[in-house]
Design a protein around this ligand. Structure first.
Ligand SMILES: Cc1ncc(C[n+]2csc(CCOP(=O)(O)OP(=O)(O)O)c2C)c(N)n1
Ligand SMILES: [Mg+2]
Length: 794
């Protein structure tokens, strides 16, 4: 190939020239990411005096890894989780690929601008997986591959979208997060394929240098989980030095060098390296022959030539693994935090920023003229034209679909009504049992439910049977990449569960790790946008253990994943299970969590309405995930015709108050019988009283806040709760009931200035039966009547 370099025609083999271009791109990414952060901190006006921040050292650490991946290895169907603090590098890559605007680069960390950490929702669809809370993006890359397998094995993938590899670029400190190991174990169980985790092994976290012996352990863990481990410790220059006479002693010296000393010497530079090496190996002739001819800068460059900074070492290793098959692989790429920047290796560099002076020195070294800081090809040795052609030719530059990386999948038809399970007169029924029955009925896949049934995927962390998913699973089977028979069934041993597994199955069984549940729901709930196949995920978990996976739940919502979460049983209705199983705070989480609408029905007819709504709402562009908090407490089921809109809006009058009524009782969920009993007594004294059934304090509160905001802007209608409470007298009293924290209802008094006595649970629960616990926590009929008296008198 003939190319123009520095004005001279040069003849180079294609691979060498390719490497030169990758080097040029590395340089550009290092400059752009550093400048983007510098610009945000030092160039853009600062109005509040707060440090803007950014992570120049974290970016520098993984420049070569990201260059090798994006510009040489990745294909457009691959999906990537980039470590959070390398966000600016990621945006610089997209800028060079013409997928990010130049003006946007100036908005890092600004309102409406580029987010500090890649965000699907806020930065756009070039981001495959949001990252930020360390460890979660890494694990989601694995669960994403499982979801992609699911989509392809169910033949739901759109034509022309091949399966891709899932790649996570991982900060080494992310491997301290426990959820990583939960995900590894679960991934092993599901035999995940085609996943790479590339660890940016700079041996530094936020506070410090990580212990030396750690990685030996971690490597072993990966291998135990069926992963291949490829360690990229040294680059080519160092390998060449090791190959020289006595070079093995240099290798041993570096291998034995503690992480913190290595980091300190890196920061100090060539003279310090020389002194340290000569102190130990100064009498070894071969070592002198290697280092004596080198200048300090050259020696520093040699000692910094780690595998994770050597583009050829990286691309070679990635290619070899690509050719080797689909075994999950962890690359441990040795790097230096801040490589190429003045604070390289310094243990305090995590949030370090180059000073203006340092930036000027860096600018000179990068040959960037003032006013040309954002130019794509400024200061590079490779001619612009050639780099442009190269960028246009790489695999990753090919559009994944005409719409780009965000795929689409049409909405699935949801029948207008889900049937309410029939309960013989005099029998009681719980919302949890009804949930199982409704889902099992859909699972028959008949008539209007045919397509809906195909798209539902259920999952549960070892509580499938105890959350009543069993009948659905019996109908639809368990998903596994490999067919596995149900041994009990084959042996004709009686069991209510049929646990045969196959690629056609529609339930993904997880071990007890709630973070994994929410990460899988995140992956399933993004399947329409990531894999072009709309799935309708349903995850079940015991309500108290939502807390156990909460960060992953928030993470799923942050990415706008769409799913139905069913948490059951909940609250004191887990009476015999004791305090750790009796959830208290979950209604408040439901209220506070964005992009998740939380409901708690009391009766099966409400549940049928809400399940139907959930499948519809999770598919709407402006919809969200949905959460149903259910119970195993059997209640008598009223014969009635409910208004679905009111149930969905969050509340309805079970007994409407007379206009001007001075009192109303409100209840939520399984406390309905206590509310009804107390209400009958109250009506003897206050016949005009009303009984309010609350299905969602979250929905009521959200709509009320929105209406208040609109009212301030001078327009808008009253919210649903304002409308509902309007018939009551202005000073009316309201007693509210909930098997959860009473703050979920306490705000109702602010809606129209009425008095509220909120009843609920604000202490740890304990073992007991329902009568004892309701008495202890002030939720039985007597306590309700006391509260009513207080509300009316005070
Ligand atoms: C769950 C969570 N805890 C704490 C933080 C704050 N934090 C941000 S980065 C970081 C250390 C990252 O170190 P590493 O993963 O090694 O990244 P790198 O060295 O490449 O910057 C910490 C503790 C976070 N983002 N998420
Ligand atoms: Mg690190």
């Amino acid at each position: 190939m003939t190319v123009q370099g520095k004005g001279k025609a040069r003849h180079l083999p294609g691979s060498v020239r390719r490497t030169e271009m990758l080097h040029a791109l590395e340089k550009k990414l290092l400059w752009l990411s550093s400048w983007m952060i510098h610009h945000a901190n030092h160039i853009r006006p600062n109005r509040d005096g707060l440090k803007v921040g950014g992570h120049q050292a974290s970016c520098a650490s993984c420049i070569s890894i990201l260059t090798a991946l994006y510009f040489d290895i990745l294909k457009s169907a691959d999906r990537v989780a980039v470590k959070p603090h390398a966000g600016p590098v990621f945006h610089a890559i997209n800028y060079l690929l013409g997928r990010q605007q130049r003006e946007k680069l100036e908005t890092l960390r600004q309102f409406g601008g580029i987010q500090p950490y890649p965000s699907r929702v806020k930065d756009g669809s070039e981001v495959d997986f949001s990252t930020g809370s360390v460890g979660l993006g890494v694990a989601l890359a694995s669960f994403g591959s499982l979801v992609q397998d699911y989509v392809h094995l169910h033949r739901m993938a759109p034509e022309g979208i091949p399966p891709g590899r899932h790649v996570a670029v991982v900060g080494d400190a992310e491997l301290d997060e426990g959820n990583i190991y939960e995900a590894l174990l679960e991934g092993w169980k599901h035999d995940i394929r085609n996943v790479w985790w590339v660890v940016d092994y700079n041996r530094q976290s936020l506070d410090s240098v990580v212990p030396d012996r750690l990685f030996g352990r971690i490597e072993g863990l990966f291998r135990d989980m069926g992963w291949n481990v490829v360690t990229l410790k040294y680059g080519r220059k160092l390998e060449a030095a090791f190959a020289r006479p006595d070079g093995d002693q240099l290798r041993r010296w570096i291998d034995d060098c503690p992480n913190s000393l290595y980091a300190a010497l890196t920061f100090q530079g060539g003279a310090a390296w020389r002194a340290a090496i000569l102190a130990d190996l100064g009498r070894v002739a071969g070592i002198r022959a290697i280092i004596d001819p080198l200048s300090d800068d050259e020696l520093s460059a040699l000692m910094n030539n780690l595998g994770g900074h050597d583009i050829e070492t990286l691309t070679e290793a990635f290619r070899a693994q690509d050719a080797a098959g689909d075994q999950p692989t962890c690359f441990i790429a040795y790097t230096i935090k801040g490589m190429g920047l003045p604070f390289a290796g310094h243990k305090d560099n995590h949030a370090g920023l180059m000073t203006r002076e340092q930036m000027e020195g860096f600018r000179a070294a990068m040959r960037i003229r003032p006013g040309h800081e954002w130019d794509e090809f400024e200061g590079l040795d490779v001619p612009e034209e050639e780099l442009r052609d190269f960028l246009a030719s790489i695999d990753f530059a090919k559009p994944l679909s005409p719409q780009g990386r965000a795929l689409q999948s049409p909405a699935i038809h949801v029948p207008d009504r889900f049937p309410t399970p029939r309960v013989p007169a005099g029998r009681k029924h719980s919302t949890q049992a009804a949930f199982g029955e409704i889902l099992a009925e859909i699972g028959r896949g008949q008539g209007e439910n045919a397509e809906l049934a195909k798209r539902i995927v259920t999952t549960s962390p070892d509580v499938t049977v105890s959350t009543n998913l069993g009948p659905w699973v019996n109908r639809r089977g368990i998903f596994d990449r490999h067919k596995k028979n149900d041994v009990f069934r084959d042996a004709k041993l009686a069991s209510a569960q049929r646990w045969g597994m196959s690629p056609e199955g529609q339930h993904v069984e997880l071990g007890i790790a709630e973070q994994n549940l929410f990460l899988l729901l995140a992956g399933l709930g993004l399947a329409d946008r990531l894999y072009g196949a709309r799935l309708l995920p349903v995850g079940t978990v015991y309500d108290p253990f939502v807390n156990r996976g909460l960060d992953a739940l928030i993470y799923a919502c942050y990415q706008d994943a769409r799913f139905l979460l069913v948490s059951t049983p909940s609250g004191l209705t887990l009476a015999p299970e004791g305090g750790q199983h009796q959830s208290v705070n979950t209604p408040l989480i439901g209220m506070a969590q964005d992009r998740l609408v939380a409901y708690e029905p009391a009766h099966a007819d409400e549940l049928a309405i809400l399940m139907r709504h959930a499948f519809h709402h999770m598919q709407k562009p402006d919809g969200s995930a949905v959460w149903l908090r259910l119970s195993t407490r059997g209640l008598e089921q009223p014969e009635r015709n409910l208004d679905p809109a009111a149930v969905i809006a969050g509340a309805y009058w079970a007994v409407p108050p007379a206009p001007g009524a001075s009192f109303a009782l409100a209840y939520q969920g399984a406390l309905a019988p206590e509310a009804l009993a107390a209400f009958d007594t109250i009506r003897e004294d206050i016949p005009e009283a009303g009984l309010l059934a609350i299905t969602s304090p979250d929905k009521l509160h959200t709509d009320w806040l929105a209406a208040r905001r609109k009212a301030r802007a001078g327009f808008g209608a009253p919210s649903w709760i304002e409308t509902l409470l309007a018939p009551l007298a202005p000073g009316a009293a309201l007693v509210t009931l909930l098997d959860g924290h009473p703050a979920a209802h306490a705000w109702l008094g602010s809606v129209r200035g009425q008095k509220v006595v909120p009843l609920g649970v604000d202490r740890f629960g304990q073992a007991g039966d329902i009568p004892d616990l309701y008495r202890e926590y002030g939720l039985d009929e007597a306590a309700i009547l006391d509260a009513c008296a207080q509300a009316l008198v005070s």
